[in-house]
Write a protein that binds this ligand. Structure first.
Ligand SMILES: *[C@@H]1O[C@H](CO)[C@@H](O)[C@H](O)[C@H]1NC(C)=O
Ligand SMILES: *[C@@H]1O[C@H](CO)[C@@H](O)[C@H](O)[C@H]1NC(C)=O
Ligand SMILES: *[C@@H]1O[C@H](CO)[C@@H](O)[C@H](O)[C@H]1NC(C)=O
Ligand SMILES: *[C@@H]1O[C@H](CO)[C@@H](O)[C@H](O)[C@H]1NC(C)=O
Ligand SMILES: *[C@@H]1O[C@H](CO)[C@@H](O)[C@H](O)[C@H]1NC(C)=O
Ligand SMILES: *[C@@H]1O[C@H](CO)[C@@H](O)[C@H](O)[C@H]1NC(C)=O
Ligand SMILES: *[C@@H]1O[C@H](CO)[C@@H](O)[C@H](O)[C@H]1NC(C)=O
Ligand SMILES: *[C@@H]1O[C@H](CO)[C@@H](O)[C@H](O)[C@H]1NC(C)=O
Length: 239
């Protein structure tokens, strides 16, 4: 192959790469059926939502997430099974962080592009200036559906460990957010609609009828996952 041809080939590869290898950390389940309900909230799954106690079946506005954790397997932490739904013409997101006013948050985004097709992104929020950037965090078994503005999705986050300092491996501040999709499949500014107190994600009852109760001391400052690798948002906008 002469130099010119090689150059053309690598440019073509370079253009293809962002959409392909750029999302290699995401894997999808082939079942596209997603039907999220409140069944099990406070019993078998931890639920967070706004407005409070809203109906997640899409008839009224409701931004909702549920979380189930697997048993801890040190030092790999726990796996989180997440359900997320809400109304947005762009994206809905679940955030997990040690402290929403410092460090970073892990953000998981279920979105629709302009033609109403579902897509998924993992991202990181800088908690100081609210900027969001895509990350390569591994997310598995993703399924999602879009109907008008109604977005529902499920996914699994392997090996989540909130801290290196305490036993509170599963204690996180959670938030729910929405935002716009820009330039095809780019992630626009994040607008947080609800931030919860630190919750033990492993305890389905940790958010039951306690929304007004102040958090107890000792929930500790947790270091957020250092495993995230920042990727240029621009790279993704090419895809
Ligand atoms: C989904 O389907 C693809 C292609 O048919 C297959 O390679 C992949 O293993 C399937 N994923 C699961 C989780 O079954
Ligand atoms: C949410 O989306 C569903 C399905 O598209 C729609 O019927 C419903 O009116 C929407 N709710 C709001 C509050 O926009
Ligand atoms: C969380 O990470 C710390 C530090 O790496 C480790 O000591 C601890 O065992 C982990 N916890 C779990 C449940 O994996
Ligand atoms: C929807 O848009 C995406 C990305 O812009 C594209 O890959 C896909 O083929 C489109 N689907 C349809 C049904 O037009
Ligand atoms: C937000 O903060 C990060 C880290 O401090 C910095 O790199 C980034 O440029 C800031 N973004 C804006 C828009 O200020
Ligand atoms: C992930 O998907 C695979 C294939 O569909 C399934 O066997 C497995 O049970 C799923 N795992 C979880 C945690 O949902
Ligand atoms: C989409 O939502 C509308 C009402 O908002 C409902 O009538 C319709 O059955 C839904 N479609 C699917 C495929 O769920
Ligand atoms: C969160 O961070 C702020 C600012 O750094 C600090 O004042 C606050 O004590 C922290 N909260 C927790 C629970 O660590």
């Amino acid at each position: 192959m002469d130099r010119g041809l090689l150059f053309v080939a690598s440019v073509v590869m370079g253009c293809l790469a962002p959409g392909v290898s750029g999302n290699g950390h995401l894997s999808f389940a082939n079942n596209t059926e997603v039907h999220i309900t409140r069944t099990g909230c406070g019993l078998t799954k931890l639920c967070v939502e706004t407005p409070e106690q809203c109906d997640p079946t899409g008839k009224t506005s409701c931004l909702f997430a549920s979380i189930v954790t697997t048993a801890p397997s040190p030092p790999n932490g726990v796996d989180l099974l997440v359900e997320l739904l809400g109304n947005s013409s762009g994206y809905i997101a679940l955030g997990l962080t040690a402290n929403e006013t410092e460090g970073t948050s892990m953000v998981f985004i279920c979105a629709q592009n302009r033609n109403g097709s579902f897509f998924f992104r993992s991202a990181q929020r800088n908690n100081l200036n609210n900027t969001i950037s895509l990350t390569q965090r591994i997310v598995k078994n993703i399924t999602g559906s879009v109907n008008g503005t109604f977005i529902q999705c499920k996914f699994m986050l392997p090996a989540v460990n909130a801290t290196t300092r305490t036993s509170h491996v599963t204690t996180f501040v959670t938030f729910l957010a929405v935002g716009n999709v820009i330039n095809g499949m780019g992630i626009g500014d994040i607008n947080i609609h609800l931030t919860n107190k630190p919750l033990n994600l492993a305890d389905p009852t940790s958010n039951v009828a306690t929304t007004a109760v102040p958090t107890t001391a000792g929930s500790s400052a947790l270091t957020s996952q250092a495993v995230m690798v920042l990727l240029s948002v621009l790279m993704y906008r090419l895809s």
